[in-house]
Design a protein around this ligand. Sequence first.
Ligand SMILES: [Zn+2]
Length: 339
Amino acid sequence: MVDLPLPMTGFRHFVASWLYTGNDATVLVDPGAASTIPALLSALEQRGAKTIDLILLTHVHIDHSGGVGHLLSSYPEARVICHSRGAPHLIEPAEVWNVSLRNLGEIAEMYGRPDPVPADRIRCEETVRIGGLTIESIETPGHAPHQIAFRLDGALFTGEAAGIFFPLAGAFYLRVGCPPGGFDYPAYRQSLERMRSVDASLLCFGYYGYTHDARNTLDLALRQLDLWMSVARKHAGEPEGAFEEKTREELLATDPGIARFWDLPDQNEGALAPDSQHRRIQTLSRSEIALCTTLSSHRSRREAPHQGGSVLKNTTSSFGPSSPPAAQSHPPRGTGRPV
Ligand SMILES: [Zn+2]
């Protein structure tokens, strides 16, 4: 795991990239934001990664993939693997950037503007074999419609499809990864079920860390998702402020995934961080706002189950019309217009 420190209070130990070396292959998962590429390059140099064969993108939100265009100039041999719905937004990142700016404001600026990725560097394949390594792509929409998880060598890289994780002594914190506008409850649920059926001994999160207890963690994520939707629906008739307060109180009292919420460390590494506690509270409130948005959107449209079947393609030439990715999720500011 490679920590990607961001230059804002409350954003330490927040987002991670992953480097895999073995089986005659070097693979990077989610290089992170444009602004953290110098830190990533330094970490890769320290780990002796002179070349990278593949860069796997779980999704194209700028906090996880915004730096890939910058990274490619240092690793010209690397190929990028992503969902076919995300690929056009790597090639032409203007809309992703504009949506991120609109929803995140100064936080989008902190992540940095993505550089375009040349189309001939991108592949959208369900299964990739390199050296002695086989990489499987598993469609996991819900957090984003273009999200995929990757299984390689017993590890499952979930991006945000299994939620937001943080390791704690003898425990962990886990919450639903539900961006305003882009969150799809039925699809998210189906993706968790899909990941539960995958034989994995290690679960790796974009936010932040890993667990060897993959099955139980995904079981908890599934129960948590249903609980959140149930609690949010229960309070959905409340005015917005009361909705947040009641939902937060009930979730903190009943959800084992966030039971250690108040034990989350200050993310400023011991320095005085007057807003860190506030930031933690905000993190939960944002999710509740997201749920409220989601509930509204679900009322107004048919709750069709996620359409099964793969949309991954074999070559970049098969990119068809696609929906732009959902608005950036972490941490959202305002509701913005989902695209
Ligand atoms: Zn995301």
